[in-house]
Design a protein around this ligand. Structure first.
Ligand code: C5P
Length: 239
């Protein structure tokens, strides 16, 4: 039987680095909450069967928006946990109880805070990994020189950037592998899913991405993301 593709968006974080009371996923970007853009790209993919969003229990922002255009694929759970990994693990558990997801199906975990994922990058990830033994992630080779800071922000050392990549999302693994990897106690504080899979001794594949798939972390990232979204829209209208 052919494996299906599902997407899961953990959206239970508070986004404290943005310095805003409103959780990051609801900050406004191009007239919509940040998370809308990820939901839209994933729901619009004809390859993806279902999209799960994991909210913090008691989230009272989600229902302020109209999500009805995505109802054929979108399922929302309010089972977010204390860390990103716990939110994902909780979401996967509920998904397995409430949907047809099977052990061999693929799960694409995508951060709510990465609104500029393009259809072409998503397709590239799906195509490059669909037959992979382990799975993998979108990533970009590090472009800047790396400094290790010491006392008083003085440079202690310049690190080699050879073979270093910046991990992005989606990160794509089979359901059973992802659950087993995240279930291990050490995984709970890991900041991405690939790390948990690596801890099992496996080697996820790095799929070449680009810097447009940026993560919103600081307020100025929103300005950049808006420009990228606009350029992507113009590109798709021009086709
Ligand atoms: O804070 P950071 O940008 O690393 O969060 C990455 C993703 O993990 C975001 O989509 C955020 O909402 C989610 N998250 C979560 N549960 C947490 C912490 C973060 O779903 N407890």
């Amino acid at each position: 039987m052919m494996s299906k593709f599902f997407a899961l968006i953990p959206a239970a974080g508070s986004g404290s680095r943005m310095g805003n009371k409103l959780p990051k996923q609801y900050l406004s970007l191009a007239g919509k909450p940040l998370i809308y853009h990820s939901v839209r790209t994933l729901c619009h993919s004809s390859e993806i069967t279902g999209v799960f969003v994991v909210l913090a229990p008691g989230d009272n922002e989600w229902l302020k928006y109209d999500w009805s255009e995505f109802y054929s694929k979108l399922v929302v759970f309010d089972c977010g946990g204390a860390t990103r990994a716990m939110s994902i693990l909780n979401g996967l558990k509920v998904a397995s109880e409430s949907s047809s997801i099977g052990d061999g199906d693929w799960v694409l975990v995508h951060d709510a805070a990465r609104p500029c994922l393009s259809e072409s990058l998503l397709n590239k990830l799906l195509n490059e990994l669909a037959d992979d033994e382990v799975g993998g992630l979108l990533a970009v080779p590090l472009a800047d020189t790396l400094k290790r800071g010491g006392t008083d922000n003085r440079v202690e050392k310049t690190e080699s950037r050879k073979d270093l990549w910046q991990a992005q999302t989606p990160q794509m693994f089979r359901f059973r592998l992802l659950v087993d990897a995240l279930y291990r106690p050490g995984s709970i504080t890991m900041t991405d899913d690939a790390s948990a899979v690596e801890a099992l001794g496996l080697h996820p594949k790095l799929v070449l991405s680009d810097v447009c798939n940026l993560k919103i972390t600081y307020p100025q990232d929103l300005i950049l993301a808006e420009l990228i979204l606009r350029a992507q829209q113009e590109e798709s209208y021009g086709e």
